[in-house]
Design a binder for this molecule. Sequence first.
Ligand code: TNX
Length: 734
Amino acid sequence: MKISIRIFALAAICALLSGCSTVQEPNLVPLPQKMTAGKGTFAVDNSVSISGNAEFAKEYLKGRLAQGASITLQQEGKRNIEISINPQSDIKREGYRLSVLPDNITIEAADEGGAFYGVQTLLQLMPAQIYSEGGNLGKIKVPCVEIEDYPRFGYRGAGLDVSRTFFPLETIYDFIDWIAYHKINTFHWHITDDNGWRIEIKKYPLLTEKGAWRGPNEVLPPAYGSGNKRYGGFYTQDEIKEVVKYAAERNITIIPEIDMPGHSKAVIETYPQVGCTNKDKTMSVNGEVNNVWCIGKESNYAMIEDIVAELVELFPSKLIHLGGDEVNMDNWKNCPHCQAFMRKMGMKQEIELLNYFVRRMEKIVNKHGRVLVGWDEIIKGGDLEPSTTVYGWGSMKRGANAVRSGQPTVFLPGEYCYLDMKQSPYERGHNWAAIVTLDSCYKIDPINMNEFTPEEEKLVLGIQGNLWCELLDRPERFMEYQFFPRLCAIAEAAWTNPELKDYNNFYGRITSTHYDRLHNMGIKFRLPFPEVIYEDGMLKVTPPYEGATVRYTTDASDPTVSSPVLKGEIETAEPEKYRFATFYKDCNQSITVGASNIELYHYLTPEVTIESSYKESESNRSFPMSNITSYNMKKYWRINRRSYPGDFVQYNFKEPVECGKITVETGVPNITFYSCTEGHVEYSYNGTDFIKGDEFVYGTAVIKPQEKVKAVKIVFDGMSDALITSFQNLRIEK
Ligand code: TNX
């Protein structure tokens, strides 16, 4: 702490000194390709006029100045802002030239997108409140600067899954604004999946009447925290048209995705004839049974033609995404229609069925003058049309393989771009691809990370940050937390040429300036937590960035805005009682952490055996029952089925255990996914008589026993809302 304070002080002095001699460059995100800071400022107030032929960009700027600053631009004035589009100019696509001089500001572009981005950069030269609603800035001083800018990649995407978690329209509009501020030009709307069909299709009304809803009496069972109530929603065609228009004005193309032939539980539960055979009990990787379109039924293609015909009317996008990922091909193996079809076609493997399906989709989509997009599995099993575009998601290598097989490719490899991945081991999220940090997102560079030939390089369309929403039901506003600021890093990786990129510099811009913008945009972004170690009787805390406020508690509780602000090292003999969190303006805080190099909890590990309602055969071999008697808190027992009232797991101690508290966790550690959503705990002092304890809340229940405990029992009172059930080790404390 002392050392870091000294470094900060030194940095501050340097900054002051350099401020006297040179002009500070503004902190912009994404960083422009070329920027020269000038001297002086342009003052924006009610006397400034606006001119030029870029009608939407002008209106947009006027709107933001009115809302964020209560400034009204005029028709005529002494000082002027001119925004113009000249298709003949030598400025690159979506590029712009922005010049701020004391008497005028000009933005020039060759297209609407470039003019819009010139305005976005201009907004970033203003105080962060410009993004707020109802701001009143009076007069804004814009620093003089010359910027020449254009994007590295033509495809700069953000993807959102609205099936697993449904987002209301207002959120979709906000999201479009947020990504537009970052010069992202593609919104990939994952609009159907197993867990909800969310787009109105006039010819098949049941898709949304039934397939958009989960719940006790719905065709789809509860999932992903939607619980024992009716959950869901969908977007009407009229609503979608409005969203598409709103996005287009902001230079954003919306690529819709209907995920097929796998991930299709919502369709198959609604129109059962679409599926293969309901006798098959094999599971997709997501734990769904019978969620695949049958390839052998010709009627299915007519239905898809109808759906696509409505889709292309709504979405002018050249690219139309029809999925192709994670198909459970065992379903096809066990289907008489698919098997008969394979024999007829002389196919040997089920993967050829996938290729057959994709080729049919190409025809359907191409007929409308559009291009098919599919996930990276579609390159297997046979050739594709050269135009068919692949989304490389499984890994960087799988994206590279798509390029090498000659397909145009968008890169969103899980290990860099999946924003549903955890940001640290302590946060909620998946981790199958990696722990995806801000730095991981910043690094993504599909060109420099692969050795492509110049011809192959042309097939790299760009990159995308992607959010899958199985784990988005909580905590509150977790969508914003998962996207920001990681999407800012992806935006810069997609926009700025690699030789200009520097993570430390980016991180400095984010923490010193961009947090304020995100805050004013209304985004509840993620804050990094401090690093804490205990050494020589002292707790030593490194704040996560220059100027960060860290607060702490001494009773192991979460710090709040009224907790004391950390000033230096803390001398203590009880380091496990301290907790720390970073705070931004008393309205946003990081997760809570303790010292990372000590055991924060001291758990007892009495010998224990398990009794349960689950059969040995229902247990997943990679996550056996013995995991939950190991007291390794990272391990869990996974059962490959949903749980129902009456299901139970009982922990029997060999000897009665003297303890003050037992925390009973269900679900996967740190994710609380596949947990007990409706149930309670029971505990027994003699092993036969049980006392009813608390209900599970988000998969956790706590017992505070009065006597030595002989047994603990987890009891399900309702159907669990996942297709898989998991249990953990008991956390027993003195
Ligand atoms: C894989 S990415 C999936 C999604 C899941 C995601 C979770 C892809 C094409 N399929 O269905 O939501 O992993 O990270």
